[in-house]
Write a protein that binds this ligand. Structure first.
Ligand code: ADP
Ligand code: MG
Length: 269
């Protein structure tokens, strides 16, 4: 199996909005990242996750939704080596990365954008982006051009301190900083949280664009309906367990999921 496959699959299909209904068996058969039966927690003997499963196929977007406190952030942190995994496993391109350290995972090609505190506020935009290539400083110019091509606003704000920017701009910078390292897989924790509706739309569009360039994405979202519209596969977590899983489209139209997790708004989707 080759690890070099930057060609996005079905970009035109995805660009239209909802993810395609059916995934081919072949694509399901070769996930780039698999988390199986993850049990994890912060305090001794208290498990926040009680056996969670997530699977990300290459070049796809997997969405994790669910109520507040379900364990969504914990699951992403556990996969990124920030919360100890007590049992279960995480595999990336077939390698066991269970409890690997975050910096090792960055070097392997995984990027993580936390929900909060995801930029260095006293540093400028450019300095923040430079932090993203600290493992490969020679790559800075090439990656900088790529990232500002995606987020032109960052070029306009190049010398501005991150702390003085709007929430939407900071979110772009946070994603941009992680993308500087050229990850194959990106974890995003609630990228649209706290943003104005216009900025939320922009962030969802940018996530689709990032995905179409060949980056596989796992995103946690409070905006569940919007998330399911752009993700290929969705995982509903509830109380530290998987409650539902399916394609984004299946979950969007699943009556139980609608009633329990999406609210009445979803019925008009
Ligand atoms: N740093 C922490 N220490 C102890 N418990 C935590 C910590 N962070 C989160 N929790 C607990 O873990 C559970 C799941 O939290 P979280 O993963 O943040 O949920 P979600 O992201 O789905 O809203 C909650 O009960 C929360 O109180
Ligand atoms: Mg969270």
């Amino acid at each position: 199996m080759t690890t070099e496959d930057p060609t996005p699959q079905e970009p035109t299909e995805k660009a239209k909005g909802e993810a395609p209904a059916k995934q081919s068996e072949e694509r399901r058969a070769e996930p780039i990242l698999v988390a199986e039966e993850i049990v994890a927690g912060y305090l001794p003997e208290i498990n926040v996750l009680n056996g969670c499963n997530v699977e990300l196929a290459r070049n796809e977007i997997a969405g994790i939704i669910g109520p507040n406190g379900a364990g969504k952030s914990t699951l992403v942190k556990a996969m990124f080596g920030l919360v100890p995994i007590r049992s279960g496993s995480v595999r990336f391109r077939g390698d066991d990365i269970t409890n690997a350290m975050a910096h090792t995972l960055v070097a392997k090609g995984i990027g993580y954008v936390p929900q909060r505190d995801n930029v260095f506020p006293t540093l400028t935009v450019e300095e923040n982006l430079r932090m993203g290539t600290f493992l490969k400083p020679k790559e800075f110019e090439r990656r900088y051009e790529w990232v500002v091509g995606l987020f032109p606003r960052l070029e306009e704000r190049r010398k501005q301190r991150a702390g003085s920017m709007s929430g939407g701009e900071r979110q772009m910078l946070a994603m941009g900083r992680v993308l500087m390292a050229e990850p194959e897989v990106l974890f995003l924790d609630e990228p649209s949280a706290g943003l104005s509706p216009a900025f939320q739309d922009q962030v969802f569009e940018q996530i689709k664009t990032i995905n179409e360039t060949g980056v596989s994405i796992i995103m946690v979202e409070q905006n569940a309906r919007r998330c399911l519209q752009i993700c290929d596969h969705g995982f509903v977590l509830d109380q530290g367990r998987n409650a539902h899983a399916g394609t984004g489209r299946e979950l969007l139209h699943d009556q139980k999921v609608i009633e329990t997790y999406l609210g009445t708004l979803a019925k008009v989707a």
